[in-house]
Structures are given as C-alpha cells and as structure tokens.
Write a protein that binds this ligand. Structure first.
Ligand SMILES: Cc1cc2nc3c(=O)[nH]c(=O)nc-3n(C[C@H](O)[C@H](O)[C@H](O)COP(=O)(O)OP(=O)(O)OC[C@H]3O[C@@H](n4cnc5c(N)ncnc54)[C@H](O)[C@@H]3O)c2cc1C
Ligand code: FES
Length: 294
C-alpha cells in the first residue's frame, strides 16, 4: 500500500478552533450515548481520525480538564452550519455528565485535534478494526477510503453485545463485516485480535486501521505485522489538555531517524503507525529515548 507522502505524525493538519456549540440531540445506542453538537468551523476542518475536546460539567463546572472524544460523524453543511457527533461511553464524572446533556444546552468544544489517518494513494483493500466505542471514528474513515475506491471491510468487537458499536451501519456499508465479543453474546467469541488472521485472509486486506483500547491496538498491530501489513492505530492515552501543552499524553515513538522520542499523542497522534510505538515501554521513559535522564 502507498500511503500519503506526509511524514509520521504530521499528516495534513488544519488549525483547530474553539466553538461555543449547542447540543442538538442525544440518544442511547446500546451501552453508549450518541451526542450531536453544533460545531461550525470544526466540522469543516475535520479529517477522519481526529478528535474534539469538550468542556464538561456545565457553566459552573469544577471539572477543569476538557475531555477528549473521537469524532464519529462530521457534517460540514446543514441547517445548523456544521455539526459533529460523538459516541460516549460512561466511565467517570465527565462522561457521566455528557451522557445527561439535553438539546439546547451550550457546549464549549475545541477541534479538530490531532493527526488524521493517512489514506492510501491507490485503491487498496482495507480492514478496519474497532473495539467498543473505538469503532465510531472508523465510519468516516471508511467513507474517505471508499471515495478513493478502496475496498473496505470491518472487524468490530467489544466485551459484550451492548458494547459493540455500529454493527448494522457496518453491514449496510462495508464489504464483509465480522463481529466478535469476549463473552460470545454477539458474533464469534473472543477478541478482534483472535479473529484478525481469518479476516485478513478472507478479505485479502492489504492495510489495517484500528481504534480501540491500547491493549487491543497492540495485539491487532502485532497480527497485522505477522502478515507484513501496514497498520495505523488511533491511540487513547490520558489527555489533560489535548493541545500539546501538558505532556500527560506522551508515548515512546520511534521517528523516521530511528530515534525514540517521548511523543505527544494529542498533537503528533492520536494516529500512529503501529510499528513506531514502543508498546513494551508505554507508560515509561525508556533510557534510550531522546532527552531521557540517565
Ligand atoms: C483521542 C481520544 C479519543 C477518545 N474518544 C472517546 C470516545 O469516542 N468515546 C468515549 O467514550 N471516550 C473517548 N475517549 C476517552 C474519554 O476522553 C474518557 O471517557 C474521558 O476522558 C473520561 O472522562 P471522565 O470525566 O468520565 O472520567 P474521569 O476519570 O473523571 O476523568 C478523566 C480525566 O482525567 C484526565 N486524566 C486521567 N489521568 C490523568 C493524568 N495522569 N494526568 C492528567 N490528567 C489525567 C483524563 O485525560 C480525563 O480528562 C477518548 C480519549 C482520547 C484521548
Ligand atoms: S494532552 Fe497535554 S500535551 Fe497532550
């Protein structure tokens, strides 16, 4: 596969904007909440793989840090001059608050943030692998790939049926769709990494794209590598600022020059080539990383 000529981590980027948005709708989808927000300026700049950072907690919030969410859909034109949709899984106070927003509520939103997925420059068979709400950003990627005449197949999974996101949409739009759950409540029992060898062979994939929990990304990339396939992953590290200032989101990533740098996943990611991330060392500063203190 030939991917865009841009270097790792600096694929086509447009400056983010801060927008005073408004909640248009919220509805339950399985275990998740799909929230649609007016976001003129953000929707127009968005590229698949990027994310937004939301101010949560309301106008008198004690929750100082913004929360990051991958963009599921961005609609640049429409009655509300640009909207984005996000898929929220409740895990703590911020996401719990978001799961309770009502239409008409204001929502401060910054985006689009981070680097997008790089797209093939020639028609390529692509397998999109999503875990839990990590499937959400793969649908806009699928559209961009199809616009380049790429074949798109999906492999999606989660712990259980209600945490699988987008099964029907994938079935409506993709070539082949495989579903798996850890507990066997939907599709094949097991993880997406377990199912990946069969799906690579069945679909003839020449490239893999993945989004989901870090352990899943690591395992999926390892399988793709064993087939000699390029694999881009959208990582989800803790992000306190989302705009490159605080360094909470750093990962050890190998650059084009072979040197490991502690790389900010909010501005130089969240999309990385799988084989550039030093998965064994995530959460540490390896001694050979540039600038590491001995
Ligand atoms: C790029 C990206 C995309 C994401 N996409 C989605 C998505 O599509 N759907 C979804 O449900 N979730 C997504 N998440 C996760 C989402 O941001 C979390 O659900 C959310 O941060 C949890 O917030 P909370 O308030 O519910 O939890 P809480 O536990 O109350 O708060 C977590 C907050 O603390 C911050 N934090 C955690 N550890 C540290 C630390 N060591 N130092 C500083 N700050 C820290 C986090 O960044 C976060 O802002 C994404 C995260 C990232 C980074
Ligand atoms: S989240 Fe602050 S630098 Fe990345």
């Amino acid at each position: 596969m030939t991917v865009g000529s841009t270097a790792q981590g600096v694929a086509e980027r447009r400056e983010p904007v801060q927008v005073r948005g408004e909640v248009l709708a919220r509805r339950r989808v399985g275990a998740y909440h799909l929230v649609e927000i007016t976001a003129g300026g953000i929707a127009e700049r968005f590229r698949p793989g990027q994310f937004v950072a939301l101010s949560v907690g309301g106008p008198v919030s004690e929750l100082l840090l913004r929360r990051s969410f991958a963009v599921y859909r961005a609609t640049p034109v429409g009655a509300f001059s640009g909207t984005v949709q996000i898929v929220v899984g409740v895990s703590g106070r911020g996401s719990e608050w978001l799961a309770g927003v009502r239409p008409g509520e204001p929502l401060d939103i910054v985006g689009p943030l981070g680097t997008p997925f790089r797209l093939p420059t020639t028609p390529t068979a692509c397998l999109l692998v999503g875990g839990g709400y990590g499937s959400a950003p793969l649908f806009s990627l699928a559209e961009a790939l199809r616009a380049r005449e790429c074949r798109v197949d999906f492999l999606i999974g989660a712990g259980s049926q209600e945490r699988v996101f987008g099964e029907l949409e994938a079935k409506r739009s993709a070539g082949a769709v495989a579903v798996c759950t850890d507990d066997g409540s939907l599709g094949r029992r097991g993880t997406v990494a377990d199912a990946l060898p069969d799906e690579i062979e069945r679909t003839g994939a020449a490239a893999v794209y993945a989004c989901g929990p870090m352990a899943m990304l690591r395992a999926v990339g390892a399988v793709a590598a064993s087939y000699g396939l390029p694999c881009q992953v959208a990582v989800e590290e803790s992000m306190a600022c989302g705009i490159g200032v605080c360094m909470t989101c750093v990962l050890p990533v190998i650059g084009d020059d072979g040197v490991t740098r502690m790389t900010r996943s909010c501005v130089d990611g969240p999309v990385f080539e799988h084989d550039r991330v030093r998965w064994d060392d995530v959460g540490t500063v390896p001694a050979d990383a540039l600038g590491a203190t001995p």
